[in-house]
Design a protein around this ligand. Sequence first.
Ligand code: BG6
Length: 796
Amino acid sequence: MQKMNLFLVLCGLLLHVFLHASAGESKGHISVVLMGATGDLAKKYLWQSLFRLYIDESSRGYSFFFYGAALSKPETGRVLMFQVLKELTCPPDVAPERCNLLKSQFLRLSQYLQLKTDEDYKALNKEIESTLIQEDLTEAGRLFYLSVPPFAYADIASKINSTCRPNSGAWIRVVLEKPFGHDYNSALELAKQLQNFFQEEEIYRVDHYLGKQAISHILPFRHDNRQFLEPIWNQHYVERVEIVMKETVDAKGRISFYEKYGVIRDVIQNHLTETLMYIAMEQPKNLNSSQEIVQNKLQLFGSLHKLHKKSAVIGQYQQYQAQVQEELEKTADYTSKIPTFAGVLVYIDNVRWDGIPFILTSGKALDERAGYVRVLFKNKALCVQNESARKTVQSQCDPKQIIFYIGYGDLKMPAILISKNLFKPIMPMSSWKEVRDHLETTLFGQSLSQFYIYTPVMETETYESLVSNIFHGKQDYFITTEHLLASWKFWTPLLNSLMNEDLRIYPGGPENKNLLDFVLSGKEIMFAIEQPVNILSDMSQNETPDDYKVMQSLYRNSSLVSAWAEQLISELASYLQEAAEHAVKQSGVFHLALSGGSSPVVLFQRLVWHHHSFPWKQTHLWMVDERCVPLTDPESNFRNVHDNLVQYLKIPYFNIHPMPVHMQQRLCAEEDKGTEAYASDITALVNDTRFDFVLLGVGTDGHTASLFPNSNAGLKGKEMVVFTESPIKPHQRMSLSLSVINRAKQIGVLVTGRGKHDIVTQISRVGQRPKTWPITGVQPKNGKMVWFIDYEALLM
Ligand code: BG6
């Protein structure tokens, strides 16, 4: 018993020593209460950050006590919490012996509490007050970190307010984690509840992106380099700004949260918008004035151009539906409309930024993890010297860009990169160092050696910076109520307008290929390529094609659309019309190359009778191949196209391009150079010789266009148009070569009828063997290929 008493006295003494351990004059005592002390965030980041706070601030004269709180009983909670505390690590900048000593002090100054009822909160207050009295400490402040779900905020806030306020002279700060509402009204409601209990300056809403080193250095960078930036940080010099956060992880394990929020609410409304603020707001005169910074951000919110549904493209990774069904126990017919990918186009209506696109992009299940802001400058320079010679000198022709690289990705660390042809920046060398030994790699189209690159002297944990900022009352690193509501006011109309919009379904990871690429057209944004049809939910075991109208999957690693013939043709016709409209919108013209044969006839008829709004006036019709017969001959492919399509359309004559097989009263004579003439027409009219759409078929022997097995004609080389020999009459043919076919932006291959089943099966199993099966050489280099195969050809 005596031993026990002695032990308690010693413990008390030690505590006394730790509470008064600080060097020099005491600056006061801080009680930190971490709610959700055994939760995920606390385990991963918060305790480690509080330990860092203790290391830094105890040596500056503050004393601390840390209360970890949760709903579990003291016996279980304490064990869980101390398991975490024992694992705390020493920061590299603190000597190990000193750190170990500080860690044992930290553990002794930490205590677990169950915080549930009013009584629990009163007991906490009593505990804080008696420590202050017993130890004769002057109270500096109380910090309540609420790492708990938002529905608990109001109740906890009311209890803290009624029981745990310090006496006047000491501060109280309440820290909240997102989500802060899911739209304007819910955020307003939550804000009002909090305002019942706390003053604005007592509330700290965390956005952890504001603690990322590359982001928090944007304003200081703009300030330190204003002599270089002020003339060019505006609409006259900036081309566009990309704010990107790509993730490889998906939402598995977090679906109950994600299904309510989706990518725009989860990261774009907050992290990416905050980043946008730092880039685009007016530079505050005084960087230390939180008030001025917050004011300038609010001013910028007021200048954001309203968003509408064409301001965004949205997608969802394919596995998401199954994950929703599993985690939320939904039935198979439940369809989630929640986007897991979004690209949003933002404009700012002010003198500085008028007309400059700010593009905010984020998504789960993408090909890489990377986060950055890229400010790309306009570049009107035109260099006469060739590229390899230019590498040795600094050239005005190279891209000009400034990148705030958040981390991950190729660089794997926070960094700031400035193209050398812009300026050599002024950087605070105490916290950022220049990287001179560059990796042999390129980033954003430039070799790393063409950038000035800076990385932090010491990488700091995001939450460590945030906790330090809370402690120092730097409110500009947090989200004020006014600011939060301004942000929701901006985002809510877009979220509402997207509610019933179709999502682009993407397979996830590198398989996404160019499916999520998007383009800007005026104030609108759209996917660069069309998705053929919405992917239907996975085929269940018992279902047969009878249960479907359309099925989508992969064939030879490209998209496959399959259906009964009639439905398939209607899908293809709609697909073509969408492709045409898209091309016309982008470039004013649609270059379509058509095949001969019988399969497309039904398609032509469908286009004539059901697609009255097809943009024929802007469409140029080209031929994929031709038989060497007069165009009027019933065997002619052009005659086929003419009789079934062209004669019914209002298409300008200038836009029709039959192949010149009939010249000088003779057919396909080499000397007449018909192939060269057709190639020159293509070069003259088709931008970059890339057709917007090439429609192909497949013969029972694997031929496509007029490229036949066992011949090299048209398979290799750069010639765009070639003469070939068919095994069946008429033997002589003219054909587009693989080289020009594979440059197309889109290729559709139409295969119908039972007679094609064998070849469809055969080529489903082989790689690229164009000499045996020319169709296997069709592989667009930079475009999309879609197979349209009817059920008879695919399955019968
Ligand atoms: C969180 C989001 O706020 O940020 C997550 O809820 C996201 O969905 C995370 O994964 C990304 O943060 P970081 O720091 O890993 O880029």
